[in-house]
Design a protein around this ligand. Sequence first.
Ligand code: GTP
Ligand code: MG
Length: 399
Amino acid sequence: MFLLCCRLSTMTLEGFKAAVHRGSLREAICDVQERTPESFNSHTLQIAVTGEAGSGKSSLINAMRGLRAGDAGAAETGTLDTMLEPMAYQTPNLPCVTLWDLPGVGSPSFPLNTYCEQLSLSQFEFFIIVGCQRFCSSHAMLAREIQRMGKRFYFVRSKADVDLEASRRQRPSSYAEEKILQQVREDCGMGLAAEGVSHPQVFVVSGWEPSRYDFPLLQQTLQRELLSLKRDSFLRTLPAVASPIISQKKAALKGEILKTALFACLLAAVPVPGLTFLYTLAVVRERLFRYYSSFGVDDRSLAALAQQVAKPVAELRAVMTSWGMTRMMAPKLLLDLVGAGVMVTEYSRQRFPVFGAMVSAGAALVTTYFMLRKGLASVADDTQRVLSKALEAEGKKSI
Ligand SMILES: Nc1nc2c(ncn2[C@@H]2O[C@H](COP(=O)(O)OP(=O)(O)OP(=O)(O)O)[C@@H](O)[C@H]2O)c(=O)[nH]1
Ligand SMILES: [Mg+2]
């Protein structure tokens, strides 16, 4: 399967990493916000040029690079469907951009239903969908998939010269170039709107005539939006940058769990009914809240982060799965899980003192250990999700 090599940004990320390590997601976001738009220039944007087979993808890429078919270094074009691997191209007027010429969707090698997985579309950061016919199911599928990934695309209706020539031949007396182009734009726009695209960006072009129709506008729009697209895609790389730091923090906190569980185990030997249960209940709650504040997803930190990305705190909290467990379900869950186990063993201890004490200690050890491990893992996962959500909100500001 084709895979882009790992592309973490070459930009300095020390400030961002240090803030995640300190457990201050707000400061991590600040680090990104304080960067000037120009600072994102060095981030290479991976643009996939996709669409049905033979729609003019390679010809469009050539035109964007100022080349014609057959020129040295030009992408291969033709009527035969031979491409099996994406091909990367650089273009002099779009610095730090890679244009990926993808095989066509719907060909025997790349059927519609497996195209996205076969080409790992999620690796690309921005898309140009090229269509040469009326808006069809393959365009709709691509638009849906790109939106599902939370990414953006331009829709390019190619071979405008063919449409215009057909119209001119069929109705020479009423031929009006701009009217036909506008009809084509509207047809594509309506198809995209039906797929839920709120502001479709449609360009009607001819790869053979790059100075005409919407081709110059396509180039200008991409130039103008380039920095914000780069910023958005840079932000998408940050959860992967934060992930090993969050894992390291999790590993460091894991070390304490065994000690806490052993203490619960010792306490279970004290013949005071309910003592172990109360200790386990208190310690699990206390540790979970400590994890929240250490990772920066406690109430106060979340409120500060929400303010920083101008989002309601509820939106960030909604991605946290551990929250319900601690806040609403914790007492019940602990009563069910810890209480039942520990109460039963303490009862058995009253009837069989030595054996009962051993069972009680074992139960306290296992329960505390696994509850804390599960809690820590969920808080770490929540941190990753909260950060991704905050970065997603920040990314939307670029657009
Ligand atoms: N008239 C006209 N023909 C075009 C245009 N763009 C491409 N073609 C022709 O359409 C055919 C297919 O073009 P390609 O650029 O190879 O299309 P593609 O989408 O890359 O095709 P695959 O890689 O096979 O999926 C070629 O014969 C091109 O010369 C255009 O704007 N106008
Ligand atoms: Mg091609």
